[in-house]
Design a protein. Structure first.
Length: 129
């Protein structure tokens, strides 16, 4: 049994298979999911687990070289925007409709129970060396 880190077996294994430049989407419970994508659905109840908790858990496990969020998060969910800007120095923004189309190339999607708007981010994996 693992001592620490992500305990969810499906998520832990999927993370281990990610490589440089692979994209991972962390999304709220309302984000439309592209067909055929590998999804680890952590949603349990509205708000559980939160976007922030899942983001922090994943950032502790992976190297991120870039990230993309919806422009609308700035005004539609300023707390989430502040969290993203604090945690992801290489954050860029695109219109929400564009973000939804970009999810088609995500190698892994992690769905949270988040029930606030625009709590979505695409992380681009980096390397540790």
């Amino acid at each position: 049994m693992k001592r620490s880190g992500i305990l969810n077996a499906a998520l832990s294994g999927a993370i281990a298979r990610l490589g440089h430049t692979d994209e991972l989407l962390i999304c709220d419970s309302g984000m439309p999911l592209p067909p055929g994508a590998q999804v680890v659905d952590l949603a349990f109840l509205p708000g559980i687990p939160s976007f922030a908790d899942v983001l922090d858990g994943l950032l502790a496990e992976i190297v991120v070289e870039g990230a993309t969020a919806a422009e609308e998060v700035r005004t539609g969910n300023p707390d989430c925007d502040a969290l993203l800007r604090e945690r992801l120095p290489r954050l860029s923004y695109v219109p929400h409709e564009r973000l939804k189309s970009l999810t088609a190339s995500s190698r892994l999607i992690v769905r949270t129970g988040e029930a606030r708007p625009y709590a979505n981010v695409i992380l681009r994996c980096g390397v540790a060396f």
